[in-house]
Ligand binder design. Structure first.
Ligand code: GDD
Length: 328
């Protein structure tokens, strides 16, 4: 039975990936930090097949111990401080977890190694935030980076280090440059889920308004369920490499709003939305649009859920989720 070790198991991608790998017959280990982590119960209930392993991206010895204990074939490093806005206020923590965490994970993989005929394969969750103030449109694996947040800077460090460990030590290490990917499991702090969830709450009379920051920003939004397949595909190739994973389409936050309010049946979003400077960022990423040609040609990966389907899926989920909560 192949085995996978996932950091960031409680996040959106960790949960999608665990489900996907379980479906493929993997034994799945999920790393979780802290003492009596309140999310452990949620994971045990939702995914009883995941074996939780203690460990922390800020503690190398815990990572080595976790890999020694689990002896995985594949390591997926999805753990990070992943909220860009928060990284401005907690820049040092972000550098430590999102940046140095990759170094520690790579060191642990190098030290534990795996069987000589079957060395551990490593996936690093890199991000389109690395492109930041974009140098070209659309962005490819060759586009230079210009990060615009402590989060983006930390991800650039993690990406380069992954490439460096591959080149220096021959590790099977891949960096997936994933553009924004969403779905019903997205955290409520990210703009897409904040919009669909608050719109559902307004519709049900629980909330009065939706307060946002910059609605002109454009993102290449795909479905998280599609994107975790690409992570796995990268680790099944003959040679390790880096790939852009994106839809190749871009939409503004305003377009996301229009579609959501339309689908919820609230009419014009302007009647329900207020902008507040506190949600604007010190430096913004204005436009992201990825070119996934390499992933298509080499991995045979294509996104299956369209932008409109994605919004529909999230709206439907949040209407049901919020009305169920009301009944309880
Ligand atoms: N979160 C949030 N909340 N974003 C807002 C809001 C708001 O109230 N109002 C406007 N925005 C704008 C942000 O300024 C940004 O331009 C855009 O909406 C998207 O913000 P997020 O959903 O927070 O995502 P992100 O693009 O910053 O980062 C996400 O995608 C990256 C991939 O490019 C995160 O998932 C990162 O971890 C990931 O790497």
């Amino acid at each position: 039975m192949p085995t996978a070790f996932i950091t960031g198991i409680t996040g959106q991608d960790g949960r999608h990936l665990a489900e996907f790998l379980h479906g493929k017959g993997y034994k799945v280990y999920g790393m979780m930090k802290g003492q009596h982590n309140p999310r452990a119960e949620m994971i045990r209930e939702e995914f009883p097949f995941i074996e939780i392993v203690p460990g922390d991206l800020t503690d190398l010895s815990s990572l080595v111990a976790a890999l020694e204990q689990t002896q995985p074939d594949e390591v997926y490093n999805l753990g990070a401080i992943s909220f860009v806005a928060m990284s401005f206020n907690q820049a040092e923590l972000t550098a430590n977890v999102t940046g140095l965490g990759v170094l520690r994970m790579l060191e642990a993989v190098r030290m534990v190694g795996g069987a000589t005929n079957n060395p551990i394969r490593f996936y690093q969750a890199s991000s389109s935030e690395m492109f930041g103030k974009v140098r070209e449109v659309p962005q490819t694996e060759m586009t230079p980076f210009h990060p615009r947040s402590p989060y983006g800077v930390a991800k650039v460090f993690g990406h380069h280090l992954t490439v460096n460990y591959r080149e220096s030590y021959g590790l099977f290490a891949c960096s997936g440059i994933l553009f924004n990917h969403e779905g019903p499991r997205r955290g409520l702090e990210f703009v897409t889920r904040k919009i669909t969830n608050t719109a559902a709450r307004i519709k049900l009379g629980i909330e009065k308004e939706l307060v946002l920051g910059n609605i002109d920003a454009k993102r290449d939004w795909g479905f998280a369920g599609d994107y975790v397949k690409a992570m796995w595909l990268m680790l099944q190739q003959r040679e390790p490499d880096d790939y852009v994973i994106a839809t190749g389409e871009t939409h503004s936050v305003e377009e996301f709003l229009t579609l959501t309010f339309d689908k919820v049946g609230l009419g014009d979003w302007r009647a329900h939305v207020r902008q507040d400077p506190k949600f604007f960022r010190p430096a913004e990423v204005d436009l992201l649009i990825g070119d996934p040609s390499k992933a298509k040609n080499q991995l045979g990966w294509v996104p299956e859920v369209s932008f409109e389907q994605l919004v529909g899926m999230m709206v439907e989920h949040d209407l049901r989720y919020e009305s169920d909560r009301l009944k309880r």
